[in-house]
Design a protein around this ligand. Structure first.
Ligand SMILES: [Zn+2]
Length: 296
């Protein structure tokens, strides 16, 4: 259900007023939006009411005026690789762990699945378990989304350039391993959030071409391996002997893709997040392939 006309407004710090429905209490504070509306820098365009996993949600579409901002370190570049065991690994060597409550929530899902299998389909108990299972799934999705929001805000506020992998859409259509499917979904979330947050905070988002061998390339010497199976968690270079965590090696390669391009032009130009000309893109090493850029 969506409202585009009538009295939609946020009221004190925990309430939303909707046409026909009236004043409802919200779980999350509405203070930030209230202040913006009062200051005249935000305007509510639409309110959408929906129900997921047994809870009611209201989302407000707003038009917001934003001050031009710059990330804390405009010259810096960070590569982000979606981790298979952690949430993400950065080219700086930082590992961003999976959020703590995730394991507990996943165990609950496993338990409810077993419970559902024991119950008679269509019975009251079965319906009840199914309802709780839907809530548990929604809870896991929320935990993940929150963790991604925290990370992408931090990245866009800190680094001048953020480099991510491009989603392999063709590969996603095939029947794939569960771990890989989760990683693909995570990469899609990462890119979607970075696309607008980089715009907000004045950072530049670069998406590596899907043929860029971020996993198979040695971040130290640049040599590319023929194959690197998914179960291989450590990158060992046969040429220069470097030993790195697989995801960190990939993240460093993503950062390296831009460092070469950025180094060829005036720094101030990159700091302002302007497009890098196609001519300077050719400075990328041969194995880097082509690349595309999403720039604010
Ligand atoms: Zn090497």
């Amino acid at each position: 259900m969506s409202f585009t006309t009538g009295a939609i407004r946020v009221d004190d710090k925990n309430h939303v007023v909707l046409p026909r429905i009236g004043r409802i209490r919200t779980h999350e504070p509405t203070t930030a939006l209230l202040q913006r509306v009062a200051a005249g820098t935000a305007r509510i365009l639409r309110a959408t009411v929906s129900r997921h996993g047994g809870r009611w949600f209201v989302s407000l579409t707003c038009e917001v005026e934003r001050e031009p901002r710059a990330p804390r370190h405009p010259q810096s570049v960070v590569g982000v690789d979606v981790g298979l065991r952690s949430l993400a690994v950065l080219s700086t060597g930082d590992t961003v762990p999976n959020p703590h409550p995730l394991k507990k929530a996943q165990r609950r899902i496993a338990r409810l699945n077993r419970e559902l299998a024991r119950r008679h389909p269509g019975s009251r108990g079965w319906e009840e378990t199914r309802r709780r299972l839907a809530r548990a799934h929604a809870h896991v999705a929320n935990i993940r989304r929150d963790a991604w929001h925290q990370l992408t805000t931090r990245l866009a506020k800190t680094y001048g350039t953020v480099v991510v992998e491009t989603l392999n859409v063709e590969g996603m259509k095939q029947n794939r391993r569960w771990a890989r499917a989760v990683a693909d979904a995570a990469l899609a979330t990462l890119r979607r959030q970075l696309q607008y947050k980089c715009l907000w905070y004045g950072a530049r988002l670069v998406e590596a071409d899907r043929f860029y061998p971020s996993s198979k390339r040695c971040a130290a010497c640049g040599v590319v391996k023929d194959a690197l199976p998914l179960w291989e968690r450590t990158f060992r270079c046969d040429v220069c002997g470097v030993v790195l965590d697989r995801d960190e090696n990939a993240a460093r390669n993503l950062a390296a893709l831009v460092a070469v391009v950025a180094g060829s032009g005036p720094e101030t130009e990159n700091a302002r997040g302007r497009d890098v000309s196609p001519a300077s893109a050719q400075a990328v090493p041969e194995e880097a392939g082509s690349w595309q850029e999403t720039s604010p």
